[in-house]
Design a protein around this ligand. Structure first.
Ligand SMILES: [Zn+2]
Length: 69
């Protein structure tokens, strides 16, 4: 998780709406990309396996938003 700290947090727009953390109401997120591994793929469809996802990590509480890309 230490790699997240290298990026500066910023606001994120999704569908013309500002992303707000549901846990702490923060609007600053650190964008990262994650490879969907087999452990994660077991939670989703098979088509989801080995795809790349966009992730936004709340800079306050580290809640993670995942967006399939
Ligand atoms: Zn948060």
């Amino acid at each position: 998780m230490t790699r997240f700290s290298k990026r500066k947090p910023d606001t994120v727009m999704v569908k013309d709406r500002k992303l707000i953390c549901p846990v702490c109401d923060n609007d600053q997120f650190i964008e990262t990309r994650a490879q969907m591994n087999t452990a994660v793929a077991s939670l989703f469809d098979v088509d989801f396996a080995n795809k790349t996802a966009r992730c936004f990590v709340c800079s306050e509480c580290t809640y993670v938003f995942w967006f399939r890309s």
